[in-house]
Design a protein around this ligand. Sequence first.
Ligand code: ZN
Ligand code: ZN
Length: 238
Amino acid sequence: MATNADKKLVRSKSGLRIVATSEDGRSPFELYEPPWVPDKECHECMKCSTRFDFMKRRHHCRRCGKCFCDKCCTIKIALPRMCFVDPVRVCDTCAAVTRKENEFFDKHLKTLTNGADFFLSGSTIEENNEELFFCKISQDQRTLQFEGEHRKHEPVELSKVDSVQILTSSADDQALTLEEASPIAIGLSIKYKDRQSDQQFLRMSITNLPNKKASQLWTAAMQKGARMLYESKSSETT
Ligand SMILES: [Zn+2]
Ligand SMILES: [Zn+2]
Protein backbone atom coordinates (compact mmCIF):
# COMPACT_ATOMS: atom_id res chain seq x y z
CA MET A 1 0.00 0.00 0.00
CA ALA A 2 2.93 2.33 0.52
CA THR A 3 2.92 4.63 -2.47
CA ASN A 4 6.38 6.15 -2.32
CA ALA A 5 8.48 3.26 -1.12
CA ASP A 6 10.07 0.55 -3.23
CA LYS A 7 7.82 -2.42 -3.69
CA LYS A 8 8.16 -6.04 -4.63
CA LEU A 9 5.86 -8.85 -5.71
CA VAL A 10 5.58 -11.81 -3.37
CA ARG A 11 3.58 -14.99 -3.87
CA SER A 12 2.09 -16.93 -0.99
CA LYS A 13 -0.44 -19.76 -1.03
CA SER A 14 -3.10 -17.08 -0.53
CA GLY A 15 -2.17 -15.21 -3.70
CA LEU A 16 0.04 -12.54 -5.20
CA ARG A 17 0.86 -9.46 -3.12
CA ILE A 18 2.69 -6.18 -3.72
CA VAL A 19 4.55 -5.28 -0.53
CA ALA A 20 7.15 -2.75 0.55
CA THR A 21 10.74 -3.99 0.27
CA SER A 22 11.50 -2.87 3.84
CA GLU A 23 9.66 -2.43 7.13
CA ASP A 24 10.24 1.32 6.78
CA GLY A 25 8.05 1.35 3.69
CA ARG A 26 5.10 -0.52 5.19
CA SER A 27 1.83 1.27 5.70
CA PRO A 28 0.86 1.36 9.40
CA PHE A 29 -2.66 0.32 8.29
CA GLU A 30 -1.35 -2.88 6.72
CA LEU A 31 -2.05 -6.34 8.14
CA TYR A 32 0.22 -9.35 7.95
CA GLU A 33 -1.15 -12.46 6.27
CA PRO A 34 -2.48 -14.87 8.90
CA PRO A 35 -1.08 -18.40 9.11
CA TRP A 36 -3.52 -20.98 7.69
CA VAL A 37 -5.12 -23.45 10.09
CA PRO A 38 -3.42 -26.72 9.00
CA ASP A 39 -5.68 -29.14 7.07
CA LYS A 40 -4.96 -31.98 9.49
CA GLU A 41 -6.24 -29.92 12.44
CA CYS A 42 -9.45 -29.08 10.69
CA HIS A 43 -12.01 -31.82 10.01
CA GLU A 44 -15.13 -29.71 9.69
CA CYS A 45 -16.20 -26.24 8.56
CA MET A 46 -15.42 -23.76 11.35
CA LYS A 47 -18.77 -22.07 10.76
CA CYS A 48 -21.45 -24.63 9.84
CA SER A 49 -19.62 -27.78 11.06
CA THR A 50 -20.04 -29.65 7.75
CA ARG A 51 -17.54 -32.55 7.76
CA PHE A 52 -14.84 -32.39 5.11
CA ASP A 53 -14.23 -35.41 2.87
CA PHE A 54 -13.15 -35.99 -0.71
CA MET A 55 -16.40 -34.37 -1.92
CA LYS A 56 -16.54 -31.52 0.60
CA ARG A 57 -13.36 -29.54 0.10
CA ARG A 58 -11.69 -27.14 2.54
CA HIS A 59 -11.28 -23.47 1.71
CA HIS A 60 -9.09 -21.14 3.73
CA CYS A 61 -10.20 -17.57 4.36
CA ARG A 62 -7.31 -15.31 3.30
CA ARG A 63 -8.03 -12.80 6.02
CA CYS A 64 -8.43 -14.98 9.14
CA GLY A 65 -6.73 -18.18 7.92
CA LYS A 66 -9.57 -20.38 9.21
CA CYS A 67 -11.03 -23.36 7.39
CA PHE A 68 -14.50 -23.35 5.82
CA CYS A 69 -16.71 -25.29 3.44
CA ASP A 70 -17.47 -23.90 0.00
CA LYS A 71 -20.83 -22.50 1.14
CA CYS A 72 -19.35 -20.46 4.03
CA CYS A 73 -16.36 -19.10 2.13
CA THR A 74 -17.58 -18.06 -1.32
CA ILE A 75 -16.94 -14.33 -1.44
CA LYS A 76 -13.98 -12.96 -3.35
CA ILE A 77 -13.12 -9.41 -2.39
CA ALA A 78 -10.30 -6.87 -2.80
CA LEU A 79 -8.11 -6.96 0.32
CA PRO A 80 -5.77 -3.95 0.03
CA ARG A 81 -4.95 -4.12 3.74
CA MET A 82 -2.99 -7.29 3.07
CA CYS A 83 -1.70 -5.91 -0.25
CA PHE A 84 -3.25 -8.60 -2.45
CA VAL A 85 -3.17 -7.81 -6.15
CA ASP A 86 -6.41 -9.63 -6.99
CA PRO A 87 -9.63 -10.20 -5.05
CA VAL A 88 -9.21 -13.12 -2.63
CA ARG A 89 -11.51 -15.66 -1.01
CA VAL A 90 -12.77 -14.70 2.45
CA CYS A 91 -15.32 -16.04 4.94
CA ASP A 92 -18.61 -14.22 5.55
CA THR A 93 -17.39 -12.56 8.76
CA CYS A 94 -14.20 -11.29 7.14
CA ALA A 95 -16.15 -10.12 4.07
CA ALA A 96 -18.18 -7.74 6.24
CA VAL A 97 -15.06 -6.44 8.01
CA THR A 98 -13.19 -6.05 4.72
CA ARG A 99 -16.02 -4.05 3.11
CA LYS A 100 -15.81 -1.55 5.98
CA GLU A 101 -12.03 -1.37 5.69
CA ASN A 102 -12.20 -0.84 1.94
CA GLU A 103 -14.59 2.04 2.54
CA PHE A 104 -11.90 3.51 4.79
CA PHE A 105 -9.27 3.20 2.05
CA ASP A 106 -11.60 4.50 -0.69
CA LYS A 107 -13.04 7.40 1.25
CA HIS A 108 -11.81 8.23 4.75
CA LEU A 109 -8.10 7.83 4.05
CA LYS A 110 -8.47 10.44 1.28
CA THR A 111 -10.03 12.81 3.82
CA LEU A 112 -6.99 12.23 6.05
CA THR A 113 -4.42 12.77 3.29
CA ASN A 114 -6.29 15.86 2.05
CA GLY A 115 -5.90 17.39 5.51
CA ALA A 116 -7.80 19.92 7.64
CA ASP A 117 -7.21 22.81 10.03
CA PHE A 118 -6.72 22.41 13.79
CA PHE A 119 -5.41 24.35 16.76
CA LEU A 120 -2.60 22.43 18.44
CA SER A 121 -1.58 22.14 22.06
CA GLY A 122 0.15 19.45 24.07
CA SER A 123 3.37 18.29 25.68
CA THR A 124 5.50 19.62 22.83
CA ILE A 125 3.62 22.77 21.83
CA GLU A 126 1.95 25.61 23.69
CA GLU A 127 -1.65 26.43 23.06
CA ASN A 128 -2.21 29.35 20.72
CA ASN A 129 -5.72 29.93 19.49
CA GLU A 130 -4.54 32.43 16.91
CA GLU A 131 -2.44 30.04 14.89
CA LEU A 132 -3.96 27.30 12.76
CA PHE A 133 -2.11 24.18 11.73
CA PHE A 134 -2.94 22.33 8.55
CA CYS A 135 -2.80 18.64 9.54
CA LYS A 136 -2.69 15.70 7.16
CA ILE A 137 -1.53 12.13 6.79
CA SER A 138 1.37 11.78 4.35
CA GLN A 139 0.82 10.08 0.97
CA ASP A 140 2.83 7.05 2.14
CA GLN A 141 0.38 6.82 5.10
CA ARG A 142 3.23 6.69 7.59
CA THR A 143 3.18 10.10 9.28
CA LEU A 144 0.86 12.77 10.56
CA GLN A 145 2.20 16.13 9.39
CA PHE A 146 1.58 19.66 10.63
CA GLU A 147 2.04 22.95 8.81
CA GLY A 148 1.65 26.00 11.03
CA GLU A 149 1.48 29.57 9.81
CA HIS A 150 4.51 30.50 11.91
CA ARG A 151 5.51 27.48 13.94
CA LYS A 152 6.45 23.93 13.10
CA HIS A 153 5.66 20.66 14.80
CA GLU A 154 7.60 17.45 14.36
CA PRO A 155 5.62 14.86 12.35
CA VAL A 156 4.04 12.02 14.33
CA GLU A 157 4.84 8.49 13.13
CA LEU A 158 1.50 6.67 12.93
CA SER A 159 3.17 3.40 13.94
CA LYS A 160 4.21 5.17 17.18
CA VAL A 161 0.68 6.28 18.05
CA ASP A 162 -0.48 4.64 21.29
CA SER A 163 -3.99 6.05 21.44
CA VAL A 164 -6.37 8.44 19.73
CA GLN A 165 -9.12 9.85 21.88
CA ILE A 166 -12.00 11.82 20.42
CA LEU A 167 -12.80 14.85 22.55
CA THR A 168 -16.48 15.65 22.73
CA SER A 169 -18.73 18.31 24.12
CA SER A 170 -22.32 17.65 25.06
CA ALA A 171 -22.92 21.25 24.00
CA ASP A 172 -25.70 21.55 26.55
CA ASP A 173 -25.38 25.31 26.53
CA GLN A 174 -26.75 25.36 23.00
CA ALA A 175 -30.29 24.87 21.84
CA LEU A 176 -30.29 21.49 20.17
CA THR A 177 -32.78 19.48 18.23
CA LEU A 178 -33.12 15.83 19.23
CA GLU A 179 -30.94 14.60 16.38
CA GLU A 180 -28.17 16.98 17.35
CA ALA A 181 -28.23 16.08 21.01
CA SER A 182 -25.47 13.49 20.66
CA PRO A 183 -21.97 14.53 21.76
CA ILE A 184 -20.20 16.77 19.28
CA ALA A 185 -16.55 16.15 18.46
CA ILE A 186 -14.45 19.13 19.44
CA GLY A 187 -11.16 17.57 18.46
CA LEU A 188 -8.87 14.72 19.31
CA SER A 189 -6.05 13.88 21.64
CA ILE A 190 -3.18 11.72 20.42
CA LYS A 191 -0.70 9.88 22.63
CA TYR A 192 2.46 8.87 20.81
CA LYS A 193 6.17 8.25 21.16
CA ASP A 194 8.55 10.74 19.57
CA ARG A 195 11.86 9.97 17.83
CA GLN A 196 13.57 9.61 21.21
CA SER A 197 10.79 7.17 22.26
CA ASP A 198 9.54 9.65 24.86
CA GLN A 199 5.80 9.64 25.50
CA GLN A 200 4.11 12.81 24.21
CA PHE A 201 0.58 13.97 23.69
CA LEU A 202 -0.98 16.32 21.21
CA ARG A 203 -4.38 17.90 21.37
CA MET A 204 -5.94 18.87 18.05
CA SER A 205 -8.84 21.20 18.69
CA ILE A 206 -11.58 22.53 16.44
CA THR A 207 -13.54 24.43 19.09
CA ASN A 208 -12.68 27.94 17.93
CA LEU A 209 -12.59 27.27 14.22
CA PRO A 210 -14.81 29.51 12.09
CA ASN A 211 -15.44 26.70 9.59
CA LYS A 212 -15.51 23.33 11.34
CA LYS A 213 -16.93 21.03 8.66
CA ALA A 214 -13.70 19.73 7.09
CA SER A 215 -12.03 19.35 10.49
CA GLN A 216 -15.01 17.41 11.86
CA LEU A 217 -14.90 15.04 8.87
CA TRP A 218 -11.15 14.65 9.36
CA THR A 219 -11.68 13.86 13.06
CA ALA A 220 -14.31 11.21 12.25
CA ALA A 221 -12.01 9.67 9.62
CA MET A 222 -9.13 9.60 12.12
CA GLN A 223 -11.33 7.79 14.63
CA LYS A 224 -11.89 5.04 12.04
CA GLY A 225 -8.21 5.06 11.11
CA ALA A 226 -7.14 4.75 14.75
CA ARG A 227 -9.07 1.50 15.15
CA MET A 228 -7.23 0.08 12.16
CA LEU A 229 -3.89 1.29 13.52
CA TYR A 230 -4.48 -0.55 16.81
CA GLU A 231 -5.42 -3.70 14.93
CA SER A 232 -2.36 -3.51 12.66
CA LYS A 233 -0.15 -3.00 15.71
CA SER A 234 -1.55 -6.05 17.49
CA SER A 235 -1.22 -8.15 14.32
CA GLU A 236 2.52 -7.37 14.41
CA THR A 237 2.99 -8.67 17.93
CA THR A 238 0.98 -11.88 17.60
ZN1 ZN B 1 -19.63 -24.19 6.20
ZN1 ZN C 1 -12.24 -15.11 7.68
